[in-house]
Design a protein around this ligand. Structure first.
Ligand SMILES: [Zn+2]
Length: 149
């Protein structure tokens, strides 16, 4: 089996150790080790780490819950949106999560597309483009199976 969880892959590529990944994602110890071998990544060198990136700060502030969703344990801005303070700026955790999952800057407003309120999981974040695609798929299904009652 060669499947690698997206969140495990992201953390490995971001330079996290196996034990950090186990702690953050609640996966079995063998999961990051196996993914590291499959990706051909070396073990991270011991010693001081570079300054935390917004992505690092993001991963320290999420708690995985069932169904692949994640709760935000960090700061919220005055509108209640998950927020990260980085180099003197407040960044939207939803936008950082979106970049982690999609590998590109979001287009327009980012919000979770799942039914878990305030979900911070990278895979759950949507922008204008992904929402338009989801509507097209919904319309296609409605055309095939009939509109939902
Ligand atoms: Zn979610």
């Amino acid at each position: 089996m060669t499947y690698i969880r997206g969140d495990v892959r992201e953390l490995l590529l971001a330079g996290h150790t196996n034990s950090e990944i186990v702690r953050r994602l609640g996966v079995d110890r063998s999961t990051p080790a196996r993914a590291r071998r499959l990706l051909g990544l070396p073990k991270p060198k011991p010693g001081p780490r570079p300054a935390a990136s917004p992505e690092d700060l993001f991963w320290r502030r999420v708690k995985p819950v069932s169904g692949g969703h994640m709760d935000w344990t960090g700061y919220r801005n005055n509108t209640g949106a998950p927020s990260i303070r980085h180099e003197g700026r407040n960044l939207s955790a939803y936008r950082i999560a979106f970049r982690i999952a999609q590998g590109r800057e979001p287009d327009g407003h980012v919000r979770p597309g799942c039914d878990r309120t305030g979900c911070a999981a990278p895979a759950c974040q949507t922008d204008r483009i992904t929402r338009a695609e989801a509507r097209k798929v919904d319309a296609l299904y409605a055309g095939i199976f009939g509109a939902p009652a």
